[in-house]
Structures are given as C-alpha cells and as structure tokens.
Design a protein around this ligand. Structure first.
Ligand SMILES: Cc1cc2nc3c(=O)[nH]c(=O)nc-3n(C[C@H](O)[C@H](O)[C@H](O)COP(=O)(O)OP(=O)(O)OC[C@H]3O[C@@H](n4cnc5c(N)ncnc54)[C@H](O)[C@@H]3O)c2cc1C
Length: 460
C-alpha cells in the first residue's frame, strides 16, 4: 500500500485538517508525525507554558488518531532529517504539511522540499490550515500585503473561505514506524499555576460553549478586564487545536453582533500573519522605523524588571503583568496597556516586552505577539503611532469597579471601588497601610520624554 507522511506543526487536530484529508483521500496509509525541533528553543522560542500545553495537544492528537485506528509518531531533531528518516522507513511517496508564515517555517519548508525532491518524493504544502484565509490570497494594488487593517478586513470579509472538513473516520498507520514517548505536561518544570489544559477536545469544547453562551456578550464585554468575557481560544488557535477556518464558519452561522465582532478579531489574526509572511524581518526589526533611541542601561534595566514583576506602582499594569505570570495568558486590554506603558511611558524597546511575553504566553506567537507589540509601540501598522494609553484612565474605564486589580494585586484588596486605581491619593496614614509601591514614574514625565523622542499626537 502507498504511504504518505503528514507532518503536523501548528495544526494539532484531526478535525478540519486538509493535509490529513488529502493524504487519506489518495487511499494512502498515513504516518502522522510531529518533530520536536531543538532549534525552536535555541532560537529563544521555547517556553515552559507552551511546552506544557503542547504536551497536552500531542497527547490529545494521539488519542484522536488512535480512535480512528492510527497513532501519532513523535521524533526529536532537525525536522528535515527526521522527516527524511521516517519517509525512508515507511517508504512514503509524499509528505503533506500546512503552510507556515514565519521566516523560520518558510525556511523549513524550502529545505524539506529540496531534500524530498532530491530523494524522488514530493512535498505538498496546504494553505488555509493555520490561518482562515491563505496569507497572500488578497493583496492591495501595488503591494504584496495589506499594511492597514480596515481595508484588509473589508476585503477578507468578501472572500470565500474553504469549507471545514470533517475528521476522518479511519486513519491507517503502518505498524513498524518507531515513535518516541510522547512528552508529558508533568515533565515540564516551572509552568504557570493557572495554565489552561491543552488539546483539541478541550479546544472544541470551549469553542462550542463560547458560541452557545459567551459570544453574544462579546461586543459589549470584550474590554471588561474583570468580566473576562473573551473566548480564551487563543492558545488553541495558536497550536491549531482549533481551526481558524472552522471558528469563522461556525461564528458566522451563529450570527449576531457578538459573533461578528469575534470574527473581526479572527481577521486580526490573519492580518498579522499576512504581514509577517510578506515581511518576515518584522519578527525582530521595526516594521516602520520611528528612529527610536530606546532607553538602555542600568536605570532602564531596573524599570524593565519592575514592569516584568508587576511592581510599577500603577495597579492595572501590575495586575495584568501578574495575570500573565499566573496564567500564562493576559486579557487583550491588559496586553495593550502594559505594552503602551513599557514602550511609551517607560520608553523601553518593544523587543524587550515581546521577549518577556513570549517567555510566558501560552498563545505566544511570532506573528501576533511581535506585530501587536509593534502596533502598540508605533513601529508597526497603527495609523496613530504616537498614541499613549494612560494606565489610570484605562484602569477606570475598563475595570471601573477595580475588581480586576483587587484579584491580581492582593496588597490592594482592602481598597474599595475605583480608588484602587490611585492608591497614592490616599491620605498618609491610610496609604501606609498598603504595602504597595509608589508609581515608578510620573505619567506626565513619561509622556514628555516620549513626545520629545517621537513628536506630537497623543490619546487616552
Ligand atoms: C502586546 C500584545 C501582544 C499579543 N500577543 C499575542 C500572542 O502572542 N498570541 C496571540 O494569539 N495573540 C496575541 N495578542 C492578541 C490578543 O491580545 C490575544 O489574541 C487575545 O487577548 C487572546 O484572548 P482570546 O482568545 O480570549 O481573544 P478573543 O477576544 O476571544 O479573540 C478571538 C481570537 O481572535 C484573535 N485575536 C484577537 N485579538 C487579536 C489581535 N489583536 N491580534 C491578533 N489576533 C487577535 C486570537 O486568535 C483570539 O483567540 C497580543 C496583543 C497585544 C496587544
């Protein structure tokens, strides 16, 4: 019987999986393969939270395949060498995988194609597996990608997405292909205490529950820090345990203002992926330089440490940073205001913030993380690059009762209502009861420093 290898990367699922369906559709036996590539950690992209979530996803993928008669084969090493070895062991004709969009995944794809072709085999790369719409499928006149979200969204909304695919009923895997033991979540040290469980089943359960019960309140509630009324699907989308294409289809058939707003956010995900696919250098370099001379040296290092540890003296900033440490996840509004605080109020390089986020975020993703950081730093695609989010105004607006701060900054739990956003305003003796630092910088000083470095406009 003919054999295909399906190389899983950021698409750890059996539902709506074009590479798997294509391989099976040819009547082939399939070796579902995942390669643990040490280069990911060497490049600084390893993180315990993601390793733990990945272990859950691989275990669940293996279960999904076993229920259908197959199993997951796991190898460690250079993916090109490992795929080559499995192809030879199984005497496979071809390899199927999802298209990636980062420079790293593109280089991997190219190397793999060359190696397979040199060996007389073929690589099939499938689009719209990681993103809903293939990157590069729509472009504006005169450019290879959209640099502004709104026109991209308009165009994206008019495109027909491929139909989601059912999970295969049967997967036949050759018996004699060796696999390493699957990694276990419990083997990963220093995982955030509140880390979510990974895996396709959990992702699908959450998507169904979200569409049944959560999404209607999304448009109203998505910025409410304490309300926690977003889908929390980002890690499942990042690992491909949930398909973006399927999520868009299901949200559209659900309908309503909340579902539309949710689809718009999924479009932001595609937007950043298409920017990165066209400009892989934006993972590390300014997408648009503002000629910044970011603060460096001892004082900046100390400020960066305080920001990371959630002791800036601005309660909502500290709450969000502590949520990140505890859960390996942070509310989008928290991400925006902590990123603004680091890059604009403290005038510290966005790459420092992006690195810390990538060290902890379970959904940490080169396209979404780096380009959102650049958006907030004003070096990316934001059309108002000098906007500065005032953390006190943001706190009062998006955590009006202060519940989010009280949850994550227990030192301030005794403070009722919005007063929790400005503990420095308490009269002397009252203030002394709270073991919480004073603001590390006056907002007006931070703003003046930033405006001097950059220029004019600002916002709340
Ligand atoms: C500084 C900064 C860093 C970020 N880093 C990441 C990251 O590493 N990985 C990541 O997935 N998201 C990142 N985001 C985007 C966003 O904050 C998260 O996707 C969102 O908070 C995840 O929560 P959710 O699943 O409940 O989102 P929901 O609000 O329920 O949105 C649904 C989905 O839409 C996508 N989405 C929503 N907002 C964005 C956005 N602004 N950009 C791209 N996709 C979006 C996500 O896949 C998300 O799961 C970052 C945002 C900022 C400002």
């Amino acid at each position: 019987m003919n054999v295909s290898v399906v190389l899983f990367t950021s698409d750890l699922r059996v539902h709506d999986h074009p590479p798997l369906r294509a391989a099976l559709g040819r009547g082939h036996e399939v070796v579902p393969l995942f390669v643990r590539d040490p280069a990911v950690a060497r490049a600084g992209h390893g993180a315990p939270n993601r390793d733990a979530f990945l272990a859950d996803c691989l275990a669940d993928l293996d279960t999904g395949l076993r229920e259908r008669g197959g199993r997951l084969v796991v190898r460690s090493g250079d993916p090109v060498a490992e795929v080559g070895a499995v192809v030879r062991e199984a005497d496979a004709d071809d390899v199927h995988m999802a298209a990636g969009c980062s420079g790293f995944s593109r280089r991997r794809e190219d190397r793999l194609r060359r190696a397979l072709e040199a060996d007389g085999r073929r690589l099939y790369v499938h689009d719209a597996v990681v993103t809903a719409l293939p990157t590069g499928a729509v472009t504006p006149d005169g450019s290879d990608h959209y640099a502004v979200f709104t026109p991209y969204f308009r165009r994206w909304s008019r495109e027909r997405l491929r139909e989601p695919l059912a999970a295969p009923r049967v997967v036949r895997t050759p018996r004699d292909i060796r696999s390493e033991d699957l990694p276990a979540r419990t083997d990963v040290p220093t995982v955030s205490e509140g880390l979510a469980d990974g895996g396709e089943q959990e992702g699908r359960r959450r998507l169904a529950a979200w569409l049944a019960r959560g999404v209607d309140a999304y448009e109203e509630g998505h910025d409410d820090l304490a309300g926690d009324a977003t889908s929390r699907l980002s890690p499942y989308l990042h690992f491909g345990a949930v398909s973006a294409t399927e999520a868009v289809h299901r949200a559209r058939s659900r309908g309503g203002a909340g579902a539309e707003a949710f689809v718009r956010q999924l479009c932001w995900r595609d937007f950043h992926h298409q920017v990165l696919a066209a400009r892989p250098d934006a993972a590390a370099d300014d997408y648009r330089t503002r000629h910044d001379h970011w603060r460096r040296g001892k004082e900046a290092d100390a400020d960066l440490r305080a920001w990371r540890e959630g002791r800036t003296g601005y309660p909502v900033v500290d709450a969000a940073m502590r949520q990140l440490a505890h859960e390996g996840w942070m509310h989008n509004r928290g991400r925006l205001l902590t990123a603004s605080f680091l890059t604009k109020t403290l005038y510290i390089d966005w790459r420092e913030g992006a690195r810390h986020f990538l060290d902890l975020l379970v959904d940490g993703d080169v396209a979404n993380n780096q380009l959102n950081w650049q958006w907030m730093a004003g070096t990316g695609t934001d059309s108002r690059p000098n906007r500065v989010l005032n953390p006190v105004i943001q706190g009062k607006r998006y955590d009006p009762d202060g519940a989010y701060v009280r949850k994550w900054v227990p030192e301030l739990a005794g403070l009722e209502g919005p007063a929790v956003h400005e503990p420095w305003k308490l009269p002397g003796l009252d203030r002394a009861r709270y073991d919480y630092p004073d603001p590390m910088v006056e907002l007006s000083d931070g703003l003046a420093r930033f405006r001097q470095a950059r220029g004019k406009d600002q916002g709340a």
